[in-house]
Design a protein around this ligand. Structure first.
Ligand SMILES: Nc1nc2c(c(=O)[nH]1)N[C@H]1C(S)=C(S)[C@@H](COP(=O)(O)O)O[C@H]1N2
Ligand SMILES: [Mo]
Length: 262
């Protein structure tokens, strides 16, 4: 407990100095601190609201995650979680190289719409080289290209009541009758963040199936499990409780934090 208190104080001191972003962005620092059983990991896991508050109050809601140079991409992007969904609808789309894929965006918005992959490719794009940190304790640096989610929101015009963006995915996991699909959600601050993109490209090539083809989201200020792959549909909602386990995401329904800020 004493150790935890100390770590907590040090964390808050770093945050107060505006250094938390850089401290947490260091690879070694991150790996050590996020090791299973480490006090920082336990603290981060248990103090969801505090990290959210500290990060937003002291580092700023619009602060960017660190971006890297091409030479810092030293490894392939390690696939994790689902890597080849076997739902009928996904296999059908995959067989046609996603030519028949459409992204449907609806829910609490004035102008629900759907777009083909080609239409998404023709929208404004953003490319960023960032580090993906999985809660399991590994990291990868990769280059991502996609449409800023802010652009999509501009097209569909969210209603004032829309508080969350929900990503529904094609992959179905064990649990419950008929399985549970992967899904995730973020608030409007992360949704409009300039580095939040719907990625269709990775390391200069089309997004591979194992990394979430045809479309996956990048939310660079949060941990890997927030970054839904195999997005089938996006929904704007006011309340997360009616969806599946009610906690806003597949892993959240199993006990992970909804806000996984890093
Ligand atoms: N649809 C879907 N998205 C997902 C997952 C998943 O199993 N299914 N796993 C998550 C986890 S835990 C991580 S670390 C990343 C892995 O992304 P990658 O395969 O590109 O490394 O995807 C996240 N998004
Ligand atoms: Mo992960």
């Amino acid at each position: 407990m004493k150790k935890l208190m100390l770590t907590r104080r040090r964390f808050l001191t770093a945050a107060a100095a505006g250094l938390a972003g850089t401290a947490l962005a260091g690879c070694d620092a991150f790996d050590g601190m996020m090791a299973p059983g480490s006090p920082v990991r336990n603290f981060l896991a248990g103090a969801n609201d505090l990290t959210l508050g500290v990060q937003r109050a002291l580092i700023g809601r619009e602060a960017l995650a660190r971006e890297f140079s091409e030479s810092e991409i030293r490894q392939g992007m390690r696939p994790n979680g689902a890597t080849n969904p076997n739902s009928m609808d996904y296999m059908f789309l995959r067989q046609g190289n996603f030519g028949l894929y459409t992204l449907e965006v609806g829910g609490l918005c004035e102008a629900p719409q759907s777009w083909s992959l080609e239409e998404l490719h023709n929208m404004p794009s953003r490319t960023q080289i960032t580090r993906h940190d999985c809660v399991e304790g590994w990291s990868c640096i990769a280059k991502w290209t996609g449409v800023p989610l802010a652009h999509i929101l501009g097209e569909v015009k969210p209603r004032a009541s829309a508080r969350f963006v929900v990503f529904h995915c094609f992959d179905v996991h064990a649990g419950g009758a008929g399985g549970v699909p992967y899904y995730e959600s973020i608030d409007m601050i992360d949704a409009y963040h300039p580095q939040t993109i719907l990625a269709y490209g990775m390391n200069g090539a089309p997004l591979p199936v194992e990394n979430g083809a045809p479309l996956r989201v990048r939310i660079e200020r949060q941990l890997g499990y927030k970054m839904a792959k195999y997005i089938s549909r996006i929904e704007l909602v006011e309340d997360l409780s009616p969806l599946w386990g009610g906690k806003g995401g597949y892993w959240e329904d199993l006990g992970y934090d909804w806000y996984a800020g890093i």
